[in-house]
Design a protein around this ligand. Structure first.
Ligand code: NAD
Length: 479
């Protein structure tokens, strides 16, 4: 498949006509070509967006809402083909793409189709001054949206939907590693009647096309999801230009398990929170802390359940663990396992590459469980972003709270307990943007989403996203 840029409502070749191979992680074969876009393509996309902005930003909220809802409906109509493209491009099990990625991409558009009709601004009566203040929340202009490879369409649309709902025009770049569904989204937007130039999709490398979006002097806001290092680089370019910035970055999330939890629910969910999408979800709980009283039992049961997960070709319905996204990533994750073992970690399960019959050149790795004795080890401090979890035991609430917070990241945490006081103490004291208690990855799209510390700045979701994608202006009138 030859993937093209989507600029001004049309599919176009990159200006310099340079292309890169796109790999299928399930078998290591080249499955298409993608544009290696440059600054020139970004400029062309910017021009299209800037031209579309005056009209799009003055459409009524109902009109915008109707178009967004149409995009959502078309995504659902094409669920099967989008899911299959996502699974092929990313290596994720087809069942996951069908149940999570694509439905959620549709929900992103439907949610913001509804939310924009309910978005309002504040008014303040300045009593005693004969004055009234009201706040305008105006579209920003042209904004940049840059997303990663792990949940390709899901995260791409999580940015684009609120940006266009709020009346902006967008220059967006999906990950060069998973460009397929973003390409298919272009067709859907045209079919849904999104005016030309409102959404422009430029494919290519982060350091080239991505950098050109961030450095463009007239792109006024950047919404980025990806690695912490990339986020820091983006901030160093965008901050001196005074751009609005939303950075959703890496994580090293604790999963804290107390003996008083609902054990069976905890166990099933912990298998999922460890290995869903081959552990390549920023919210996966990669540091598992288990209360000493149930540690040995948990260890036995967890290993038994993980051993049942079928590693296989992502296109098979029964596959639970598909391929990792790329050869480089597979080697990186394997390297983390080797370091963990060298540092004294005890390999309890997995650790090896898997040759899947008929797809021997694919990037498969066993789900891996490593027992560690100390939270200071690299495995507990560095993001692996693969099917690898570390487990260790703890004795007291105070000890585990300290362990959970003793990391540079602060994205999410999960706590398993039925103790109300402990629930509240951990909710208040965990240094993360999200705390799940007795559940994992239950997402209500109205809630603020984002991290503390090196996991980023800003929040996505609901009103937070609409506020990010608008500029507030206060008007004060004395009468
Ligand atoms: P990445 O940082 O390498 O790339 C993310 C995106 O940024 C890609 O589109 C890439 O092309 C682009 N990019 C790279 N360098 C750039 C530059 N200099 N300027 C502009 N754009 C640039 O991340 P990745 O490997 O694609 O994704 C994995 C990372 O994403 C993990 O660290 C994971 O935790 C994180 N992530 C975070 C969240 C969250 O919500 N916090 C969600 C998913 C993934």
């Amino acid at each position: 498949m030859k993937i093209k840029n989507y600029i001004n409502g049309e599919f176009v070749n990159p200006i310099e006509d340079n292309w890169m191979p796109n790999y299928n992680p399930s078998n290591g074969e080249v499955c298409g070509q993608i544009p290696d876009s440059t600054k020139k393509d970004v400029e062309k996309a910017y021009e299209a967006a800037a031209n579309a902005f005056p009209e799009w930003s003055s459409t009524t909220l109902e009109e915008r809402s109707t178009v967004l809802a149409k995009i959502a409906a078309l995504i659902i109509e094409r669920l099967d083909s989008l899911a299959s493209a996502e699974s092929k491009d990313n290596g994720k099990p087809i069942s996951l793409a069908k149940e999570v990625d694509i439905p959620r991409a549709a929900s992103n558009f439907q949610f913001f189709a509804n939310a924009i009709t309910q978005f309002s601004s504040e008014a303040h009566e300045s009593v005693g001054f004969n004055a009234v203040n009201f706040t305008l929340r105006q579209s920003i202009g042209v904004v940049g949206c840059i997303s990663p490879w792990n949940l390709p369409l899901y995260l791409f649309t999580w940015k684009i939907a609120p940006a266009i709902a709020a009346g902006n025009c967008v220059v967006a770049k999906p990950s060069e590693i998973t460009p397929m569904t973003a390409f298919l989204l272009g067709e859907i937007c045209t079919a849904a009647g999104l005016p030309k130039g409102v959404l422009n999709i430029v494919h290519g490398l982060g350091a080239k096309a991505g950098n050109a979006i961030v450095a463009h002097p007239k792109i006024k806001a950047i919404s980025f999801t990806g690695g912490t290092k990339t986020g820091a680089h983006i901030a160093s370019i965008a901050a001196p230009m005074f751009k609005k910035l939303s950075l959703e970055l890496g994580g090293k999330n604790p999963n804290i398990i107390f003996a008083d939890c609902d054990y069976d629910k905890m166990l099933t969910t912990t298998v999922r929170s460890s290995f869903a999408n081959q552990g390549q979800i920023c919210l996966c709980g990669s540091r598992i802390f288990v209360e000493e009283k149930i540690y040995e039992k948990f260890k036995r049961d967890f290993i038994k359940k993980v051993a049942q997960l079928k590693v296989g070709n992502p296109s098979e319905e029964t596959t639970k663990i598909g391929a990792l996204v790329s050869k480089e990533h597979l080697e990186k994750v394997k390297g983390h396992i080797d370091v963990a073992v060298t540092e004294g970690g005890k390999l309890l399960f997995g650790g090896n590459k898997v040759a899947v019959m008929g797809s021997e050149n694919g990037y498969y790795l066993q789900p891996t469980i490593i027992e560690v004795a100390d939270n200071k080890c690299k495995l507990n401090q560095e993001e692996v972003f693969g099917p690898v979890v570390a487990i260790m035991s703890f004795k007291t609430d105070k000890e585990v709270l300290q362990l959970a917070n003793d990391v540079k990241y602060g994205l999410s945490a999960t706590v398993w307990t039925n103790n109300l006081r402990r629930t509240m103490q951990f909710s208040q004291q965990l240094q993360t943007g999200i705390v799940w208690v007795n559940t994992w990855m239950l997402r209500d799209l109205r809630t603020p989403f984002g991290g503390q510390k090196d996991s980023g700045i800003g929040r996505e979701g609901g009103i937070e996203a609409l506020r990010f994608f608008t500029e507030s202006k206060n008007i004060c009138i004395q009468y």
